[in-house]
Ligand binder design. Structure first.
Ligand code: CAO
Length: 472
């Protein structure tokens, strides 16, 4: 026994020495690379996806939340979308174009996700959700204020269940008088300062087609989540991430808050209103198609405008290329004329200058204008219709517009990842059918046995409630 003890002591000392030596080697290696892993020698794009290993409890619906989680999914996160049994995300059935199939509204916002149906108000459903909370890294939600709390998933409870959990929310407004309000896209555009500064001076406020309230806030939220994941590496704990849609829109409209402050010091000379001699009021006015930057611009008609609503180009009279513009439009004398040669002299005459340029652009198609102007570095942009964008080969080649096949609706176009990562290529996958992955997630992710799965199925926690059935 004693001999054996001596032997095991010797063995233990040897093991300690080996461990110490290997610790030393690891430490030396780490020191050589600044404490970071050595650069991968795998070929670019073969070292896994950027967010591989990150599991998202995707409790989002409609647009703002789903845009965020779809982006994270494009970057490799495992997005588990929790949906209400029977109906799922309300957008599955909204603006339906193909009978019986999930709408494009849903399919284009929910690619690269798995779908599980759980009744969050059912006791067994709550239990399943709690297991999910324990196994996920991030919970993303955009319910109306108070909804998640009513389900029993307060931040305090979630944090207690899983201290590493990051809980990310989109709400319409931040804390303050409107925090309890439900908000949709256009409300956010109005409350964030976009609508009051969009449109023409003579007309009412206008909302933009780009979904800056929903998709814009989803984008902000995704950034917050990635930052929180990065911080968690140091602190070991999760945190709350909140993006209010009003804040997101204001962030995108910040140049207008800039102009609001400039108004105190005089008129906004780059607004065409200045050149037209119309006095400014107390708030930033709508500026039509003025460029909003220091380089005046406007939308001009091109050949075919009489019949094609999109036969227009955006034209910027950038100062460094002014002389090229003068030559191109047949006004070489403007290069030296005191009313046109220098930018400040041009500001009061923008309307007349753009009318003269338009007389030239109307003799060319918007693509000819693009080709001719870019030979001289003159910044212009054809007004592209959605039809032209859908058919644009270069957008297909870069994976920005992607064709996806879907089992019930067939092929559809979606927008791929607009953020290109050189070592994390994006593979766009179709959206899931409602509850398509319920069994797979319950057994493979949450570890329920076949017997437990059968019990869950009969409990009503993952199926639509029968009329008159009670929850036990
Ligand atoms: N099981 C059971 N019930 C579920 C469920 C599930 N899996 N998922 C959702 N529900 C229930 C919620 O518990 C809630 O019930 P209660 O009101 O009884 O608590 C109900 O569904 C509705 O949820 P909601 O209040 O979030 O949805 P709504 O249609 O009433 O409002 C919206 C929609 C978008 C206005 C609101 O969610 C909101 O303001 N969200 C924050 C801002 C936002 O993201 N807006 C962008 C929307 S995209 O344009």
């Amino acid at each position: 026994m004693a001999k054996k003890t001596m032997k095991s002591r010797k063995q233990a000392t040897k093991t300690k020495k080996v461990a110490k030596a290997s610790k030393k080697t690891v430490a030396m290696k780490a020191a050589a690379t600044g404490g970071l892993p050595k650069p991968s020698t795998r070929p670019w794009g073969k070292a896994g996806k950027a967010l591989e290993g990150v599991r998202i409890l995707d409790f989002t619906h409609v647009q703002s939340g789903p845009t965020c989680t779809q982006l994270l999914g494009y970057m490799g996160a495992d997005c588990i979308k929790v949906e209400r049994p029977g109906t799922g995300d309300i957008t599955r059935g909204q603006l339906r174009d193909v009978k019986g199939a999930d709408s494009l509204y849903f399919t284009m916002l929910n690619g690269n996700k798995r779908s599980i149906t759980i009744d969050s108000k059912h006791p067994k459903g709550k239990e399943i959700l709690e297991r999910l909370v324990k196994t996920c890294d991030v919970l993303v939600e955009n319910f109306a204020p108070g909804t998640l709390d009513r389900m029993g998933f307060t931040w305090e409870h979630v944090h207690k269940l899983n201290p590493r959990m990051i809980m990310a929310s989109v709400k319409g407004f931040g804390p303050g008088p409107y925090e309890e309000c439900k908000v949709y896209e256009n409300i956010a555009q109005c409350a964030g300062g976009a609508a009051s500064t969009t449109g023409f001076r003579e007309g009412p406020p206008v909302v933009t087609g780009a979904q800056i309230g929903d998709s814009g806030t989803g984008l902000h939220l995704a950034l917050g989540i990635v930052a929180a994941l990065y911080q968690r590496d140091r602190t070991g704990r999760g945190q709350r991430v909140l993006c209010a849609m009003q804040d997101g829109v204001l962030n995108l409209a910040r140049v207008k808050l800039r102009d609001q402050q400039r108004l105190k010091h005089g008129p906004l000379e780059e607004y065409s209103q200045f050149g037209e001699g119309v006095p400014f009021g107390k708030a930033v006015p709508r500026a039509g198609n003025d460029s909003g930057g220091g380089q005046p611009g406007w939308i001009l008609k091109c050949k075919g405008w009489e019949t094609d609503p999109d036969a227009y180009t955006y034209f910027i009279t950038q100062a460094p290329v002014w002389e090229h513009i003068c030559d191109l439009i047949g006004k070489p004398e403007w290069k030296t004329h005191p009313d046109y040669a220098k930018p400040p002299a041009r500001l009061p005459r923008l309307k007349q200058i753009f009318a003269t340029i338009e007389a030239w652009t109307m003799t060319k198609t918007k693509f000819e204008v693009m080709d001719l102007c870019n030979q001289h570095d003159i910044p212009v942009g054809p007004i592209l219709s959605m039809k032209e964008i859908a058919e644009d080969q270069s957008l297909r080649d870069t994976g920005t517009v992607v064709e996806v096949d879907h089992p019930t609706r067939g092929k559809y176009l979606t927008v791929g990842n607009p953020i290109k990562l050189s070592d994390s290529p994006c593979e766009v996958k179709r959206s899931p059918l409602l509850g398509e992955h319920t069994d797979e997630i319950l057994t493979k992710v949450l570890g329920y046995s076949a017997k437990e799965l059968a019990e869950i199925k009969t409990s009503g926690a993952i199926t639509a409630e029968e009329k008159g059935a009670s929850k036990t």
